[in-house]
Design a protein around this ligand. Structure first.
Ligand SMILES: [Zn+2]
Length: 105
């Protein structure tokens, strides 16, 4: 299935600046895409649906999670569990540490 996994990272990452937050919180290591945030409680995740990957970007960065219900979080958690956890790629001028330790679930 995922025969593309061995591609050199950084090549073809063309969608980084067009994803969520213009790639500030990183993008899919395969294409640079990012979508989200998706909240599980106070934890925020970004995903690339095409490559079925996810990465944790932090907790309580956005207020939106407070307006969601535990049922919604559980639904999101289930949905996210189908995605593979990865380290996202960042743009050249990113100054984030890039740690995705995956403690959000
Ligand atoms: Zn992707």
């Amino acid at each position: 299935m995922n025969s593309d996994d061995n591609k050199i990272r950084g090549t073809g990452v063309t969608k980084l600046s067009t994803g969520a937050f213009q790639g500030y919180f990183g993008g899919c290591p395969h294409c640079g895409e990012s979508e989200g945030p998706h909240n599980v409680g106070r934890a925020h995740w970004l995903v690339c649906r095409e490559h079925c990957v996810r990465w944790w970007i932090g907790e309580n960065l956005f207020a939106a999670w407070r307006s969601e219900t535990p049922e919604e979080w559980e639904k999101t958690r289930c949905w996210l569990s189908g995605f593979r956890m990865v380290d996202p790629v960042y743009g050249e001028d990113s100054n984030l540490g890039g740690e995705a330790d995956g403690n959000g679930l």
